[in-house]
Design a protein around this ligand. Sequence first.
Ligand code: AMP
Length: 320
Amino acid sequence: MTSILSVGSVAYDSVKTPFGEVEEVLGGSATYFSVSASFFSQVDLVACVGNDFRKQDVQLLESRNIDLEGLEYMEGQTFRWKGEYSNDLNEAQTLDTQLNVFSDFRPTLPVRYQDSSYVFLGNIDPSLQRQVLSQVQTPQLVICDTMNYWIEGHFEALLETLKSVDILLVNDAEARQLAQEPNLVRGARKILAWGPRIVVIKRGEYGVLMFYMDSEGTQAEDQLPSGDSLSVFGAPAYPLEDVSDPTGAGDSFAGGFVGYLAGVNRCDVQSLRQAIIFGSVMASFCVEKFSLDRLKELTFTEIELRYKEFKAMTQFEDIP
Ligand code: AMP
């Protein structure tokens, strides 16, 4: 099975939503991504934690067969993030970010990880993302996520990272901020000129848009679409009656998206579209409960069922 190298944050989050509040629960971009992707593919995790990292949280990652050789224990505290959501669950308000052990993290990849084909550069300092990528010999597909914190404070470093990225995943506010362009289509076009071949824009409860350059003609299964006309694929979000906590939705989306592509080892348009739906399915499960509480009890049968519901929900006939 193809494996995915995943780098990002492993964190303790304190989160308040209109539906509840939790303190110091397991979170982090790499955590959500890895657990979500583990339903589709083997995941190798690169991250660091402090000596306060709880045994039960290691056990959760192990229970999903995530390879932890690249998880470094460092002197100090695990990354902390504190956020709050108002009734509009689409955007988190960050109240506090404490990088802690991540400030001194200089990842050295285990030898086994250096020939990874799929690399997920989760939300973390863009220079760290590059540091990890530079140790991978011949990556086949590089997918990158980021957030306002890094766009604001590390813009140039992020642009440098984007030069080596195939697929960028961002939410709509981040896309606007990154491209400095209020219109998402124009923004996507601008970002596509900076390196990525595909830009996936997550729009919270409104779904997701995937932009890519394409042209008529046959395409190999293991090659990303290419061409000169801007193409788009859109999907709604799964309409849920109860949402508890949107934290991690973006990373769980990424896990389903990249996990599926790695699992089938293809990246043609058809597979990319399926991956968008698997991403949306995983994000929809993630937000049903706080922290990783829903993902850790999930089964693949539930994932397949919801994928089918997506198909039924979005299918319509051609003009008669
Ligand atoms: P999302 O999928 O966008 O909701 O990501 C949520 C996760 O991102 C939380 O579990 C946080 O621990 C993590 N996070 C928040 N801020 C940062 C940051 N500046 N760098 C890395 N990870 C972060």
